[in-house]
Design a protein around this ligand. Structure first.
Ligand code: GAR
Length: 197
């Protein structure tokens, strides 16, 4: 039986699309839910076009009560019964208690070569540091933000003319290669790390 994958998004959902479109044929997993914390996020329509069930838990009414927000997220996940949860541009910080419920079953993609540049503005930070290389990382989610065992990285050379925007575009293209490759292996129980140049 295929592994069931829930994908959490906040925005355009291009990584979600890359993941969803990879889960065909002999792939060991299938998408069961796309869940957004942003009502009307573009990725929701892209999921619906693909026939994937969608749900929204708007974080704003839960301001100041992160546990209640996460209970609502958990309720949607409980309905969808995923085996694996993929964070794909999901821009809310999750509490250790929520992460613990999914530990070993929750992945995240981050637009830097972790452990470099956890958090935001990764492309500008890589440029400011004068890094020769930049890229993206898929890792298991643990209680510490943007940490956790690294399952794969894709790297690219920073060019003299690069801006934060051009880097973001080029890294995103690498994300679309890396995340499906990692998910396929993860769904088969493989935890070894892959590297894409
Ligand atoms: C991606 O670049 C992803 O790595 C980043 O948000 C973007 C989402 O794009 N995630 C983070 O920064 C999480 N810390 P998408 O909605 O088109 O997939």
């Amino acid at each position: 039986m295929s592994a069931r994958v829930a994908i959490l998004i906040s925005g355009s959902g291009s990584n979600m699309v890359a993941l969803a479109d990879s889960m065909t044929g002999d792939h060991p997993a299938r998408p069961c839910l796309v869940l957004s914390n942003v009502p009307g996020a573009a990725g929701l329509a892209r999921a619906a076009e693909r026939g994937i069930p969608t749900a929204t838990v708007d974080h704003r009414p839960f301001r100041g009560d992160r546990a209640a927000f996460e209970d609502a997220l958990q309720a949607e996940l409980d309905r969808a019964t995923p085996d694996i949860v993929c964070l794909a541009g999901f821009m809310r910080v999750l509490t250790p208690a929520f992460v613990a419920r999914w530990q070993g079953r929750m992945l995240n993609i981050h637009p830097s070569l972790l452990p470099l540049y956890p958090g935001l503005d990764t492309h500008a930070r890589a440029l400011a540091a004068g890094d020769a290389e930049h890229g993206c990382t898929v890792h298991e989610v643990t209680a510490v933000l943007d940490h956790g065992p690294i399952l794969g990285q894709a790297r690219l050379r920073v060019l003299p003319q690069d801006t934060a925007q051009s880097l973001a575009t080029r890294v995103l293209a690498q994300e679309h290669r890396l995340y499906p490759a990692v998910l396929r292996r993860f769904a088969m129980g493989e935890r070894g790390r892959i590297d894409i140049a």
